[in-house]
Structure formats: structure tokens, C-alpha cells
Design a protein around this ligand. Sequence first.
Ligand SMILES: [Zn+2]
Length: 140
Amino acid sequence: MNTPLLAGAKGANHALCGVCAREAMQIAYMPSNDFKRALWTCPECVKLLRDTYNMAPATLSEYESRALFAAAKKAAPDLIDAILTALWDKGVTDLSALSPETVDEIRENPPDEIKAAVTDALLTYAATMRAEIGSHNPPF
Ligand SMILES: [Zn+2]
């Protein structure tokens, strides 16, 4: 697995779970005793490591694509609403008049509603990854 979106290469990032990309703990799957090839995990994904260790890192797997779609679908309405509210709060009522400076202001200091929508997306991605991998359904 090792999603190119989040977790990255084995061994390189032991701060992120190699299954769901949430914060990892000090447990890894390392079948070859090669620390550089360890796949780190969070508490909820320990039992899924063996199933995900050899998933290709170069592209999104079917599981990852499903999880990403679920996360986007879940978060999109709240994210759109949060962005439009942030623009409105900055006096932007006409998107054709939106300035790069306003976009930069929001990007540099996103309001809590945007952070909540992104958090929701991350949690949905993680939960969907666990459910997909844990289901042992074929990834197609
Ligand atoms: Zn995890």
C-alpha cells in the first residue's frame, strides 16, 4: 500500500501509519529485518499491516482510490461551505473579483471550519482504508 498521497515509502516516515496515514506508534511490520523497509502503523491498523505491506507505492491502489473518493465526498460540502463563508467574511461577494492576496490570507490562516472539514476528510480516509482492507474484498 503505502499511499503516495500520505504515508510514503517504507521506513522513511515512521510518523505516519502506512495503512491510514494517521499518526503512527512505535510498531512496524518488517519481514526482512531491514529497518529501512519497515512499515509503521497506528494502533487501529496493526492487524492490517501484513495485508498492505506489498501494495505498490507508485499509484493509488483501488482501496486508496475508494478511500479518497469517500473522503472527498464526505468533506466536500462542508469544505465548500467553509471556503465560501471565509470569502464572505473577507468581503468577497463576487468570485470574479477574488484576489490572490485573499486566497493567500485564507490559505495561511484557515478558519476552524476549513480545518474541521479537512480533519473530517482525513478521518474518513483512514476509516475507509481500514474498512476496505479489513473486508478482504478483492481490490477491484
Ligand atoms: Zn492506521
